[in-house]
Design a protein around this ligand. Structure first.
Ligand SMILES: [Zn+2]
Length: 233
């Protein structure tokens, strides 16, 4: 069993056997100062509730690798480890995360992290090193798209028939919209597909329901996640 909590945008907390893997958490409001983008909801967990064993990044954009949030986590959790694709890796080192705690994720490199096995997957985004992940743990398979445009290389056989696919649907800034995401999940046929990368910024969000309805019509389980509300697969 994997416990899953959506942290907003592309961020997730995955927990197996008390090991807590956190992906792309946006804790601060750093984009308010940089691009005048104000977050619409607070980060759903207090820092002391997050208790990450490791942070994993899909790419180096400020809504995914939040430098203020990383510094908060570094200070509160000195043992926490960090995994990032090339640009994210470099950024983490610039944030003075000790090199021995940071691992670079490159295409084809599989990481064993606690009870999780993590394989980077194809993504086509404005960060050329962006990736998604295939995450395996507790006999379950989760695919997280990361930020990506639609591309036939997303339809990789090894991603087929996952237990869960978490997929971006905001349709802006080099990300798929609901129709693109539906094309993906109809081809890859996960048991469950959930829409993400919505709801954090008024300027960059989308209605999850067309995707949810489209999945159900294709007999793929789906619902609109509530930020901070844990569910299990
Ligand atoms: Zn993003």
């Amino acid at each position: 069993m994997i416990k899953i909590t959506w942290l907003g945008q592309g961020g997730f907390l995955l927990e197996v056997q008390n090991y807590r893997l956190v992906i792309d958490p946006y804790l601060s409001d750093n984009l308010l100062a940089v691009q005048n983008l104000a977050r619409l909801h607070p980060f759903p967990l207090k820092l002391e509730e997050l208790r990450p064993d490791c942070l994993v990044f899909t790419h180096d954009h400020l809504d995914h690798l939040d430098p203020i949030g990383v510094k908060m986590i570094r200070q509160a959790y000195p043992q926490c480890r960090y995994y990032g694709t090339h640009n994210a890796f470099e950024h983490l080192l610039k944030l003075e995360i000790p090199a021995e705690l940071v691992s670079e994720i490159s295409p084809g490199c599989i990481q064993h992290i606690g009870p999780f096995t993590l394989s980077p997957t194809f993504a086509s985004h404005s960060d050329p090193f962006a990736c998604g992940y295939l995450i395996e743990a507790a006999g379950k398979k989760i695919v997280i798209s990361g930020d990506t445009n639609y591309d036939e290389r997303l339809l990789d056989n090894k991603l087929a028939s996952a237990d869960l696919m978490l997929i971006c649907i905001n349709g802006k800034l080099n990300n798929m919209n609901s129709d693109d995401a539906l094309k993906c999940v109809r081809c890859l046929t996960p048991a469950m597909a959930l829409p993400m990368h919505i709801g954090l910024f008024a300027e960059n969000t989308a209605d999850p329901m067309p995707f949810v309805t489209g999945c159900r019509e294709s007999r793929i389980e789906s619902f609109s996640m509530i930020v901070g509300k844990e569910f299990e697969i």
